[in-house]
Write a protein that binds this ligand. Structure first.
Ligand SMILES: [Zn+2]
Length: 194
């Protein structure tokens, strides 16, 4: 079964935010590299237009968040949190945000995309040369020929490095194996594949 069909079944052919049944679309909650049923949701055109800021925020419409914020679907939680933040000049939205609980991972995800008017925290993420989010296990391509000190290693532009690891507490660095040797690579010299 295709992902979209799976999600339509989960949502019972309704927008997972406002329950509307009209013009439903699969929304890939950004940022993401692989679409899964956790990070994709079904939403209607009206919700999408406001999420993407093509239409003005209609706070009445978003009273639906009072329900959707309790969804068990991670993507729905994250989008609800983001929209509540954009509505934080409304007292009901603030009250809901106070009640809402996201674990650390989901909170980082929720904060990771633009569109938050009241966003103050910056999230530490490993990003490639064009801003793509990198994760452990990703495959990257070198966008620059690297000089590996004290080695004959050929880390030429275009070299594919599979199964990278993120260097903890340093979002500028990842580790990857080239010709059997693990080296530290700067994220600004790689681009994620796939
Ligand atoms: Zn909707």
């Amino acid at each position: 079964m295709k992902l979209e069909e799976q999600l339509l079944e989960r949502s019972e052919n309704k927008c997972e935010l406002c329950q509307s049944g009209e013009s439903l679309k699969l929304y890939e909650v950004p940022p993401q590299s692989t679409s899964t049923e956790d990070n994709c949701i079904i939403i209607c055109d009206k919700c999408l237009a406001q999420i993407e800021k093509r239409e003005e925020l209609d706070s009445k419409h978003w009273s639906c968040l009072t329900g959707s914020m309790w969804s068990e679907v991670p993507g729905v939680q994250v989008v609800s949190w983001r929209m509540l933040n954009r509505l934080s000049n409304e007292s009901w939205a603030m009250d809901n945000l106070d009640m809402m609980y996201l674990d650390e991972e989901r909170l980082a995800w929720a904060k990771a995309a633009g569109g938050l008017d009241n966003d103050t925290d910056t999230v530490e993420l490993h990003k490639d040369s064009i801003g793509g989010i990198l994760q452990t296990g990703d495959t990257v391509v070198l966008t620059k020929t690297l000089d590996v000190k004290g080695s004959q290693l050929s880390a030429k532009l275009g070299t594919v490095v599979k199964n990278i690891r993120l260097v903890e507490n340093n979002t500028d660095q990842i580790e990857g194996k080239i010709e059997g040797q693990v080296i530290v690579i700067l994220t600004k010299y790689v681009r994620k594949q796939g």
